[in-house]
Design a binder for this molecule. Structure first.
Ligand code: SF4
Length: 367
């Protein structure tokens, strides 16, 4: 497979040998600048690197310049149908715009391109299976659907290139995993533009993260993806948590500490389920903005019989030891103490492994 092109969005580089970039989308009303900025800052703390905002009206397009002045992340303006909103967003400082060229007239597309060239910003061609005008899409098989999506993307790329525009990123999303995977596979044989990937409209936090993980993992395992968005119907912060967990499972990027925990059984002598929730809430409330990473493993195991041994790849962990609790490092017990001392002792190890000093803590409950 040929190396994909590199496209810069603000200070973020997408494609080539660069790391997979994690992005999300605000679900506030964009023209509500206070709420939108607040949400972007929260997503940035969780590690979001690019943020997309919908631009449904002029006020939203104009809000981009003020939002941009208050946040650190490059802003992508998401436009449907109205080329004037795309142009206004570009003039107001959007670092990239996302359009589906199929719902914008060619002569209007030309105006968008010329404005994007003036400001030297990127454009994502977002092909979405659901928005293709090809009759009853549910009756068409995955290969046929994917081929039509790729055909459309290549047709638009031609148009952009003929108008001297090459700062393109392409997405070929469907809510069907097979169609999405097939589309990216076919496309990557015909073009080297960087790929924005995801499974669109994937569902709720539970089902959507499962579906997105399966789809995105299949794509990334085939080296198809330069920037990812997990799209779920929930607080977008879970999109960021899910994205980094997918990358971690595939050994592509490690940003958050990994929590190893046992499923509990009759041997369990500590409240593993609630301890895991507490630790996850703590981990996910740390500041992961910019290039901050904590690639360590923490284990929470129910008993001393199997716990330390089964979790010996963890940097440190706790396990139940009869009426007491033990802390182990790389599988070896280093301390055993009364249950009531757990918080104090655990804190000592969080400090030892740099988790406390490196990150600012923002006490919130996610799980
Ligand atoms: S680590 Fe111990 S408590 Fe946890 S599932 Fe295994 S045997 Fe059961």
């Amino acid at each position: 497979m040929k190396k994909r092109k590199v496209v810069k969005v603000g200070n973020i580089v997408i494609g080539g040998n660069n790391q997979v970039v994690v992005q999300s989308m605000t679900n506030t009303t964009t023209k509500d600048i206070i709420k939108t900025v607040k949400q972007i800052k929260r997503l940035e703390r969780a590690g979001c690197e690019l943020i997309r905002c919908s631009v449904p009206d002029e006020e939203a397009a104009k809000a981009i310049s003020l939002i941009k002045s208050k946040v650190n992340l490059p802003i992508i303006a998401d436009i449907h149908f109205d080329h004037k909103l795309a142009i206004l967003s570009i003039k107001n400082g959007a670092d990239k715009i996302r359009i589906n060229p199929g719902n914008i007239r060619k002569e209007h597309l030309k105006e968008i391109i010329s404005n994007a060239i003036d400001k030297d910003i990127a454009i994502r061609i977002g092909i979405n299976a659901g928005s293709l005008n090809i009759g009853n899409i549910d009756k068409i098989n995955a290969l046929k659907k994917a081929s039509i999506m790729v055909e459309k993307a290549l047709e638009y790329i031609d148009y952009f290139e003929n108008n001297k525009f090459k700062k393109l990123i392409v997405s070929l999303k469907s809510s069907d995993i097979k169609t999405t995977l097939t589309a990216y596979k076919i496309f990557s044989k015909k073009s080297t533009y960087p790929l924005h990937i995801g499974i669109t409209e994937s569902g709720s936090r539970f089902g959507g993260i499962i579906k997105s993980s399966i789809g995105i993992s299949a794509l990334l395992s085939a080296n198809l993806g330069d920037t990812i968005r997990v799209s779920i119907s929930d607080d977008p912060i879970f999109e960021i948590f899910a994205a980094y967990n997918i990358l971690k499972c595939l050994n592509i990027r490690k940003k958050y500490p990994e929590i190893i925990s046992c499923p509990t059984c009759a041997r369990t002598t500590i409240d593993v389920i609630n301890l895991v929730k507490k630790i996850e809430n703590f981990i996910y409330s740390l500041d992961f903005s910019g290039d901050k990473t904590l690639p360590i493993k923490i284990a929470i195991m129910g008993c001393i019989v199997n716990g330390p041994g089964e979790a010996k790849e963890a940097d440190f962990g706790i396990c139940g030891t009869g009426n007491k609790i033990s802390i182990f490092e790389k599988g070896n017990i280093v301390e055993t103490f009364e249950k009531k001392e757990l918080e104090k002792k655990f804190y000592k190890y969080l400090k030892k492994y740099n988790i406390i000093s490196y990150h600012k803590i923002n006490k919130v409950t996610y799980f």
